[in-house]
Write a protein that binds this ligand. Sequence first.
Ligand SMILES: Nc1ncnc2c1ncn2[C@@H]1O[C@H](COP(=O)(O)OP(=O)(O)OP(=O)(O)O)[C@@H](O)[C@H]1O
Length: 575
Amino acid sequence: MINIRLLKAFPKSAQYIRLNVLFQWLGLLMNVILSASIAYLIASAIEQRPISWIVFVIMILSLCVRMICNDRAVQMSFASSSLVKEQMRERLFSKLSKIGPSYLKTFSTAQIVQLSSEGVDQLETYFGNYIPQFFFALLAPLTLFLITLWFDWKAALILFMCVPLIPVSIVFVQKIAKKLLSKYWGQYTQLGDRFLENLQGLSTLKIYQADERKQEEMKEEAEQFRKITMRVLIMQLNSISIMDLVAYGGAAAGIISMLTSFQNGTITLFGALFIVLMSAEFFIPMRTLGSYFHIAMNGMAASDTMFQLLDLEEKEHPIQELAPFSSLKIENLSFAYEEKPILKNLSLSIKKGEKIAFVGESGSGKSTIAHLMMGILQPNTGSICWNESEICEIEPSIYSPHISYLGHTSSLFLGTVGINLKMGKADASEQEMWIALKQAGIADLFQEKEGLQTPVKEGGSNFSGGQRQRLALARLLLKNSGVMILDESTSNVDVESEDQIIQTVKDLDDKTIIMISHRLKNSMDADRIYVLKEGAIQEVGDHETLLKNKGEYARLWNAQQNLERYNGGTQDEAK
Ligand SMILES: Nc1ncnc2c1ncn2[C@@H]1O[C@H](COP(=O)(O)OP(=O)(O)OP(=O)(O)O)[C@@H](O)[C@H]1O
């Protein structure tokens, strides 16, 4: 019923939980005084005894104190839940920033979004209500037992003994609930995944007229989710009915026992009335705990996944300083995605200032090499060394300024051209930004607009694919790292932008360039071309040597040449 790890994870919340329980307990004492005063008033009226005005003063005072206690308990509840939510979000974000995109091996992006938003919110009930109520529900019946014992020990004992029947029924329901809730949470995240994927690919779905089919699929999944939500609600309602039955049954049993004592004359009218008024109080805290329980279970189920994320292995990065770049060495490197081997026993070395290209058929492992060099993925065996240091040993914030990556699509962010450029170099001057834009061949476009203040919409959606890539290239140039990886960075752009990007990169004499491109023409000037086939290096050499070898490279080159000739021919015919 209590997740010890979750409690221990937030030790600072303990003080708020303690105070919450204390205020609730004081409120209960005020209720006892109020009920005793009411019982006294009724008994005095029936027995026609004079009523002292002091009773009214006591009633008003206890009412006021109870209100204050309730208010303070709510404040404590808010303080502990907001502290936990803030700390949990901080931990999740700092974990994500430490492990980087490698979280994708275990979690989907939608899962992370749901965990850090709604998942964390579900901890609110757990810490703000459930945990304080758990302790209060233990304390309250014990306190009432000791008080009512004084009036009628038999009724007190019956009431006290019936209280544990509520947690017994909760434990019984929990056995069914746990399975159902983890299934519910699984379907919820799956639905979120599907929704995000379809939303991101909406234009593609429209192009292939697959949007209606996807809509049907989502409708089907939403229906499944509705059914499981209903099952969860039915389970919750049933368990509430069981708890009510136990609570009312227990209170009735206590009252019946007290009435027997009253008939026998072993209890006064005041005592009898007081027990009637107090009998429900025995069960209310446990009953309230039961109603929080199901929402808290959601929080506990979400926390299991959060701990799974927080427990993901974090590598130690003992290297905190880097000497200037001299070489990037890969030795006997092998890599597999899950069980599927992708790269097999690769060895190569790249020296400062070299222009290197990786070519090969689709799926041969080129991008995987780039991700390994970036430190986003880690080799299963073998090593990648920056100078003499293994990349996985270098603190990422020390390593990342030295290497940059331009993929086939680049992320631009809502703001202005200047704001996006400053991500490459935070203190870049206006002059530096204009130089980078000129080098990337896109300065004219922004000069005609609002210069560095030209607005950039979310994802750079107000620019063409080629313009976005050139702006991203300018940002990369500003970062000015020694090694630059261009991974199919021209595959989504127009010919003019492609030529511009390739030319800009060729002009970067002092940089080490690693180029991955399916168009062999773009990498024919490289100092060395590595030809990959099924994750292994098939050939290596410059363009001329590889053509003379008449191997895999020559085959790919000839195939592309033929294709381009054929395309040229058909275009001429069309004219
Ligand atoms: N996240 C992933 N999980 C599982 N397998 C993956 C993942 N990413 C890539 N792969 C697999 O790894 C292999 C190599 O992929 P990679 O992207 O490195 O190839 P590539 O040579 O860059 O291909 P392309 O030229 O088409 O971009 C492919 O068979 C691909 O299916």
